[in-house]
Design a protein around this ligand. Structure first.
Ligand code: ADP
Ligand code: MG
Length: 314
């Protein structure tokens, strides 16, 4: 039986550092990423894709701010949904074109606009930490805080920026539909940007909220909910490092989850970047997954085969 893998793509899969983010640039990056994905499919893996959306949803938020004098601005959940459609479209087309040119027989890829349930009582709602959208001056930021229920902070000397809560993902709302598509042989793109955060009301109904879910933690939920064998987190570095940026820096190859947990407790992994990736791998193997891997995008297949990247096992 072929192994089922959830592949979480980092920001570099869609936009490279220093690029402006034109449609052509993003399409070209996605085309190159699709080649890596097709290498895994060609080798016999059943692949489900998820991806980040930071720069893309940031752009959509700016467009909404600037356009608000003429047309109503959309809330964050709607902007998140737009970014999933935008990025999902690029991947569907690039993957199909790559299947065609390589002669791989595959059904056309499909993107599922995905909601992810979070707990309305999640402590993250008391402490917004995730910066989103445009930079404002202090005066503008203070005016916004006065007018609306928003938190703005000074962001490392670059100006003022809105921060939103980053609650823990509980489950993928569309998990049954995603699993059914995977079982029919479709390559599915789901839970982009960590998914659209929703909370359940007393009547069981869902509603979108102003928050951002970490995409690596949501990838772990997706992998769990579709019963994946492997969680593969692809980024722009070949390994997880301990003693990061010190002379004693060391790359981790195969590592037992207990040892990785110890390194985490010693503070080796930064909150906004490697921290959530490590946490996602630990949760995945703890919840019964057989292996979780963190590796560089262009070593994806080698990482699946165990010869590259950081391999987290129980
Ligand atoms: P992605 O878009 O793939 O989620 P991030 O920027 O969030 O990318 O995370 C990857 C980055 O994490 C790397 O480029 C690296 O600079 C940084 N990083 C922080 N701590 C570590 C660590 N301990 N080992 C390796 N990389 C680390
Ligand atoms: Mg990240």
């Amino acid at each position: 039986m072929s192994k089922r893998v959830v592949v979480a793509l980092g920001g570099n899969a869609i936009l490279q550092r220093g690029q402006r983010g034109t449609a052509a640039e993003q399409m070209e990056n996605v085309r190159m990423t699709a080649e890596q994905v097709v290498r895994m499919i060609d080798a016999g893996y059943e692949v489900i894709l998820t991806h980040g959306n930071g720069p893309q949803v940031g752009t959509i938020l700016i467009q909404n701010e600037l356009g608000a004098r003429q047309v109503p601005a959309m809330p964050m959940d709607v902007c998140g949904a737009e970014s999933q459609g935008f990025i999902g479209y690029l991947f569907c087309q690039a993957l199909a074109n790559c299947f065609l040119s390589r002669g791989v027989l595959k059904s056309s890829p499909v993107c599922v606009v995905t909601q992810v349930e979070v707990d309305a009582e999640d402590p993250a709602f008391l402490n917004p930490t995730k910066p989103v959208g445009p930079f404002f001056t202090e005066d503008e930021a203070r005016r916004r805080m006065g007018e609306r229920n928003e938190t703005w902070i000074e962001d490392a000397g670059r100006g003022w920026r809105r921060v939103v809560p980053s609650p823990d993902p509980k489950q993928i709302v569309e998990k049954e539909a995603v699993t059914a598509l995977v079982e029919k042989g479709y390559v599915v793109i789901a839970s982009g940007g960590g998914g659209i955060p929703v909370v359940k009301g007393k009547d069981g109904g869902l509603s979108g909220i102003e928050a951002v879910i970490d995409k690596d933690l949501a990838a772990e939920r997706l992998a769990h909910d579709v019963n994946a064998d492997i969680l593969l987190i692809l980024t722009d570095v070949p390994n997880v490092l301990i003693n990061y940026r010190q002379s004693s820096e060391k790359a981790l190859g195969q590592v037992k989850s207990g040892d990785l947990e110890k390194f985490r407790e010693e503070g080796h992994f930064r909150a906004g970047s490697m921290g959530p990736k490590v946490e996602a791998t630990l949760r995945f193997v703890k919840n019964g997954g057989s292996r979780a891997v963190i590796a560089r995008l262009d070593e994806a297949l080698e990482a699946l085969e165990g010869t590259r990247g950081t391999q987290v096992v129980r």
